[in-house]
Structures are given as structure tokens and as C-alpha cells.
Design a protein around this ligand. Structure first.
Ligand code: FES
Length: 569
């Protein structure tokens, strides 16, 4: 039964006496729905990234049922549909390679299906930005329910969160964690479904969805397996029925003011550097350029207020108890645009909880965790189009540093040589990794958190300056400069660095400089990643159209165009 040539639309495609409408209803009746059910309006799509290949999102089937309950209770017709789902640990060569593919899948499914509005169910790092990007381009009202953080583990009497893995992995490399301990750790690192249980990329993106007005206020932090998450999902189901009638396009939520709010909240909670790339892509879908100058200003004058892991001390549960993201918004006060909409349809000014004074995990603007901000934008002759560092996760002694480069060309080279006893490297060296950017990686893999050479680890060195065109897990820490643009693979200055070249990092000044005479640099041949361009399929599409980090690594032909086949920005 073909409906080819039928115009795209919403739930009205089920209505009326036409053969097309008859076919829509009859096929839905074949699922076992009653005549009364198929006439319920609006029709709400529930776009699920549940997958057994994505353990972080594997609780979304329960969440989907709760959203369905809410939609049904409010009079709508809920229809769950799948898209691809991207798992951070399982997707190779990088999950970011697939984010735009998922965004295209989401966009086309929303736009092409007879639904009036959609609830997006995501969680693991790339799934939330991919869904937001797709929904913005599709143009139908959209809300988000995230998977929520997984439970906190316990190892040898201590609470265990996913960020504990990195120092333990270093200790394992040093031979300080036994096989038995390592097996025990595997048993208890992830005690439930849900996303990483610190302020990593997944929870940072959940907070962004909340701040932008896609997810209900207070919905980012409740644990994946708790009753509160199901109640929030049911409430979202009820809310989307009303939102469908308001016909608010997602791009109307992504305003310059809302984007500033999002960046400021990311900084206040010491969120993931990955959020900056995803926000640039989300902004781009709404036709807005997230400028480096604005980012620099917002990151500089937003203090760190939340003292949560991985950069701070407390668990997410404490931040939830202290009021969650709405409390962060309140504490930021006049730095925020409180007239921006939330997912309830009201303004942020109407959603703020009472300020009950200092709380364990959330400080005030007057007495912040860190007045100098969580993220810093860098630029200089090594990063003409910018780079970023998570200042709050770096070592204070390395924020101003000059040291000789030790260069690695790609991940294989890094792994082959990093622990070579003959590697000429010292604590002041600057580790440089290139060929790992959007095109070179491909997909900016999270390898920017280069391991400290074992010889130096054994000598007590716990941090070094590391620079790359890659990304870093939101759960990692260290003095790690990321997202250097343009990347080496397109001839950016990283491609000209040689072993021993002095590099200057000055985070307070926002500078990243290669201290080599321009004439010497001009005479050098760029070192480009080995390998040949992909020959076919999605890999070739990606290679041809991916943008650099400042543009969010989105495809050039997807920015700013609302609706499949829409115009350019
Ligand atoms: Fe899925 Fe961290 S690996 S959220």
C-alpha cells in the first residue's frame, strides 16, 4: 500500500473521508487500536533511542511507557518509534561520527510521520544533541525526557562513580591494581542502567535541554531507575499534548538569550567541554552562530557554583537535593535571561525555587567554588579558530606553562610510543596529539585526555599539558586543551608542530602559542593524517560535509534550514 507523493503533515492525515485517511486509520487499527483510539488528537510521536546496544539508554522503554500514559491521560494518541541510538563506549571509530546521522534520522522521522508533536527520549552523550538538532530542523513541537544518571556504585567501602575509572586505569597501568581488584571493579562500576553518574557530557546535555526549554525544570538529575523519572515522563506526556496545540517550533526556543543561558549554566555546573560543540550545532540548526567572542565573555564572567563530580566533590544526588538546575538558574541571578521559556510553557522567572541559602553542593555568586569560571576559550597561532580547556578540571600550576612539544600522529602512534622508556619526555613537556579532529579522527574521538607516560606516573607526575584537535570525555580531568581549530587534517597549525617546539599555554590570557619563528613555520610541510578518504556511503558524506568544531561539526547543508528540503541560512 503506497502513499507516495502524499504531502508531509501531522495527525490530520488520519482524519476525513479520503482514501488516504482511511488507510492511515485502517493500518493503525491493524495494530489493535480501537476506532476511538485512532481518532484521539493530537498524535504524539515518542522518538526513542532505546537500544540493547546502548546500555545507558536501555531504561528508556519504561520511560516511553510513562510518556504514553501521560499522553493518553491528556487525550492524545501516543505512538513510539525508534531511531538509531549511539552508545559512547561501543561506537567506533567515534560516536561523534554518527551524531549527524542520528540527527538526520530523527529529523526525517519526525517530519515524515503523521504526528503533531514529539517527545524525544535520549540519554547517552550524543543522543540528546542529535535529537535536538533533528527536532529543530523538523520544526514540530518537541519536548525531551532524558534517561537520567545511573545509580552510584560502591567499591571497597567507598562510593564509586564513572570518573573514578580514569585514575584507577592509570593505577592499573602502573601495576597497582590487581587482576582481582580489576574484576571486582567491573562488577560494580555501573550498578544500573542510566547515563554516566557525574556532570559529564550526558548530564550536561540534559541540563542544556532543561535550560533551553525542552525538558521539564528539575528533570536532569533524578536517577534513571527512580520513581521521580517516571513521574517526570508522565508529566511530559501530558504537557506535550498542550504544547502540540501551541504549535511552538523548537527553533523558537533556541534564541540567542536561551543559548547564553545554556552556556552560563554549563559553566556554573562545571559541565563538559563537549557541550560547547553540541551547542554550536544546536544553535546552527536555528540559524544562529555561537561566536567565539560571546563564548569567551560568558565563560569568563560565569563563576563555578556547583561543587559536583568530576571537577568537584559532591555526587549529583546532592545537587538534586540542593535544588538541581532550577536552583543553579536562580543562583546565577541577573546573569540569566529569566524571561526565556521553560518546557512548562512558563518563563524561568516563574519556575525558580525559593533560595534557602548555602547548600552543600551549590554555592553563591558572592562565594563561588571558583570565580574564574569552568571553561576557557583559547586562541593564538596554534589555534587561529579557537580551542577550549576545562579550567576547573586543570591543575592550577599548569594554567600558565611553556614546554617542549612531544608530538603524536594519531591514536595508534600514541599507544605505540607513550610508554616507550626511550621517549624523550619530562614533566614539563607538552603532549600534542593531532589527526584526531572532526575529519581526521574521524569524528573527534574522545582521546584528548592523553595518558601520562608510565615512567612519569611512577615518578609521581599526575598531570601534564595536553593539546589536541580531539575531544575529551566529560568525566575526565586534567590540563587538557581540546578542539583545536582548524584541525591538523585540514592543514591547521597543529600539522606544523615538531618535537621540541616550545608551546605556550596561558589560560588566564586565553592564549595558545607555538613559539616558533613564522619563517621557520612557513618552510615546513604540514603533517596530514595518513589514510585515504572514504570511498562510499555515510563515511564519504561525513568526510565531504563535516564542519570544524566552532560550527559544531554539523554538516554544512544542515545548518539553519528548517524542514527537510528547506532553504539555506
Ligand atoms: Fe553513556 Fe556516559 S557512556 S552516558
Amino acid at each position: 500500500m503506497s502513499q507516495e507523493g502524499t504531502a508531509r503533515g501531522g495527525g490530520e492525515l488520519f482524519d476525513g473521508p479520503s482514501v488516504d485517511a482511511f488507510v492511515h486509520r485502517a493500518f493503525m487499527r491493524g495494530r489493535g487500536l480501537s476506532a476511538e483510539q485512532v481518532r484521539r488528537r493530537p498524535v504524539i510521536g515518542i522518538c526513542s533511542s532505546w537500544s540493547e546496544l546502548n546500555p545507558c539508554n536501555s531504561g528508556l522503554d519504561r520511560v516511553a511507557q510513562a510518556v504514553k500514559d501521560g499522553v493518553t491521560a491528556a487525550g492524545g494518541l501516543p505512538l513510539v518509534f525508534p531511531t538509531i541510538s549511539i552508545s559512547e563506549p561501543f561506537s567506533r571509530p567515534s560516536s561523534m561520527l554518527l551524531r549527524n546521522l542520528m540527527a538526520m534520522d530523527v529529523e526525517q522521522m519526525i517530519a515524515s510521520s503523521p504526528i503533531d508533536a514529539v517527545v524525544l527520549l535520549g540519554g547517552c552523550d550524543k543522543t540528546v544533541p542529535a535529537q535536538l538538532m533533528g527536532a529543530i530542523s523538523a520544526g514540530k513541537p518537541a519536548l525531551v525526557v532524558t534517561a537520567g544518571p545511573r545509580q552510584v556504585g560502591c567499591w571497597r567501602g567507598e562510593s564509586l562513580t564513572v570518573d573514578d575509572l580514569w585514575p584507577l586505569a592509570d593505577r592499573r597501568r602502573q601495576g597497582l591494581v590487581s587482576d582481582e581488584q580489576w574484576r571486582e571493579l567491573e562488577d560494580c562500576l555501573n550498578p544500573s542502567t542510566g547515563t554516566c553518574n557525574v556532570m559529564g557530557t550526558a548530564i550536561t546535555m540534559a541540563a542544556i535541554a532543561e535550560v533551553l526549554g525542552f525538558a521539564l525544570p528539575g528533570s536532569s538529575l533524578p536517577v534513571a531507575t527512580g520513581a521521580r523519572r517516571l513521574a517526570l515522563a508522565e508529566e511530559t506526556g501530558r504537557r506535550i499534548v498542550a504544547a502540540a496545540g501551541e504549535k511552538l517550533r523548537p527553533s523558537e526556543l533556541v534564541t540567542p538569550a536561551a543559548l547564553e543561558n545554556a552556556v552560563r549554566v554549563v559553566c556554573a555546573v562545571s559541565g563538559s567541554t563537549n557541550a560547547v560543540v553540541h551547542l554550536a550545532a544546536i544553535a546552527g540548526r536555528a540559524g544562529i552562530r555561537l561566536s567565539r567572542a560571546k563564548l569567551r565573555q560568558w565563560t569568563r564572567d560565569t563563576p563555578v557554583l556547583a561543587d559536583v563530580r568530576p571537577a568537584g566533590r559532591h555526587l549529583l544526588a546532592q545537587l538534586e537535593q540542593d535544588g538541581g538546575i532550577p536552583a543553579v538558574v536562580r543562583r546565577l541571578g541577573d546573569r540569566m535571561h529569566l524571561d526565556c521559556r521553560t518546557a512548562t510553557g512558563r518563563r524561568w522567572a516563574d519556575e525558580l525555587p525559593p533560595d534557602e541559602g548555602p547548600t552543600p553542593s551549590l554555592r553563591t555568586v558572592e562565594d563561588p567554588v571558583d570565580a574564574d569560571g569552568a571553561l576557557a576559550v583559547l586562541e593564538g597561532n596554534l589555534a587561529p579558530d579557537g580551542a577550549i580547556i576545562k579550567r576547573s578540571a586543570a591543575s592550577a600550576r599548569l594554567l600558565r606553562h611553556v614546554g617542549p612539544a612531544v608530538v603524536f600522529d594519531g591514536v595508534d602512534d600514541l599507544h605505540a610510543r607513550i610508554d616507550d622508556p626511550a621517549l624523550p619526555i619530562g614533566p614539563d613537556s607538552v603532549l600534542v596529539l593531532r589527526g584526531t579532529g572532526p575529519r581526521g579522527g574521524p569524528g573527534m574521538p574522545e582521546v584528548g585526555h592523553l595518558p601520562i607516560p608510565r615512567r612519569l606516573l611512577d615518578a609521581g607526575v599526575d598531570d601534564m599539558v595536553r593539546i589536541s584537535d580531539a575531544r575529551m570525555s566529560g568525566t575526565a580531568t586534567g590540563t587538557v586543551v581540546l578542539h583545536v581549530a582548524p584541525e591538523a587534517a585540514v592543514g591547521g597549525p597543529l600539522s606544523l608542530v615538531r618535537d621540541g617546539d616550545p608551546i605556550r599555554l596561558d589560560v588566564p590570557a586565553g592564549a595558545l602559542e607555538l613559539l616558533v619563528d613564522p619563517a621557520v613555520l612557513g618552510a615546513r610541510e604540514p603533517v596530514l593524517p595518513a589514510g585515504v578518504p572514504p570511498r562510499r556511503g555515510y563515511d564519504l558524506l561525513y568526510w565531504r560535509h563535516v564542519s570544524q568544531a566552532p560550527a559544531g561539526c554539523d554538516f554544512d547543508f544542515l545548518r539553519g534550514a528548517e524542514g527537510p528540503g528547506g532553504g539555506d541560512d
